[in-house]
Ligand binder design. Structure first.
Ligand SMILES: Cc1cn([C@H]2C[C@H](O)[C@@H](COP(=O)(O)OP(=O)(O)O[C@H]3O[C@@H](C)C(=O)[C@@H](O)[C@H]3O)O2)c(=O)[nH]c1=O
Length: 188
């Protein structure tokens, strides 16, 4: 496990065991991951999405401090991005990006109070467990290509996004609401 510049954002590195049939890997280990601070008992839903090459999903967040996400790539490769939206964080409004793929099998823990998004570097299947049930009313987003955030997407010019993501608000528009959503003293 590796910590990152964003407090609470973790990079996990499960190790596949190869033999002549292929390989085996434990992709989730509650007792181990709990020790890193991941609330394993609260991971109440698991999602799986498939994205064509160049697709960008995000940047999405839940407008409370309940939703963390444990993200992995079952097939393909993505550039995974986390943006810290917690006003009390030393990494406030900075982002971190990491490649997740079906070769290294790394995983990312996205802590609550952060926005998450990714760009598919190939046709990719992304699986992630979340620590709060889906609630459309609490679904928040900020523009993936926001200038102030300045995320260095691998294939910005070829990005394919949903209609919703194409009309996400700029950071400047949501900034005034971050204190209300993520300003609790225990957010980091
Ligand atoms: C995320 C989600 C979507 N849906 C529905 C809503 C919609 O009809 C369809 C597709 O939803 P979206 O366009 O929001 O899917 P998507 O753009 O893949 O949203 C996801 O993006 C990544 C980056 C994340 O971090 C996730 O938390 C989630 O926000 O699936 C659910 O039923 N449950 C869910 O948990």
């Amino acid at each position: 496990m590796e910590r990152t510049a964003i407090p609470g954002m973790l990079l996990l590195r499960p190790k596949p065991i190869a033999d002549d049939r292929g390989w085996f890997m434990r992709s989730f280990a509650a007792d181990e991951f709990r020790d890193y601070g991941i609330p394993c008992d609260d991971l109440v839903e698991e999602n799986h999405s498939r994205s064509h090459r160049h697709v960008v999903r995000g940047l999405h967040f839940r407008t409370d401090l309940r939703e963390g996400k444990l993200v992995r790539v079952a097939r393909g490769a993505i550039y995974d991005v986390v943006v810290d939206l917690r006003p009390s964080s030393p990494a406030f409004l900075t982002w971190a990006g990491v490649v997740l793929d079906d070769r290294d099998h790394h995983q990312v823990w996205v802590p609550p109070g952060c926005a998450h998004g990714f760009q598919a570097l190939a046709e990719s299947d992304v699986c992630y467990r979340v620590s709060a049930p889906y609630s459309p009313d609490l679904d928040g987003s900020v523009a993936w290509d926001d200038r102030d955030l300045g995320i260095d997407w691998p294939d910005r010019a070829l990005a394919r996004v949903s209609a919703r993501d194409a009309s996400s608000p700029a950071l400047a528009e949501v900034r005034g609401r971050l204190d209300g959503w993520f300003g609790a003293p225990n957010a980091v």
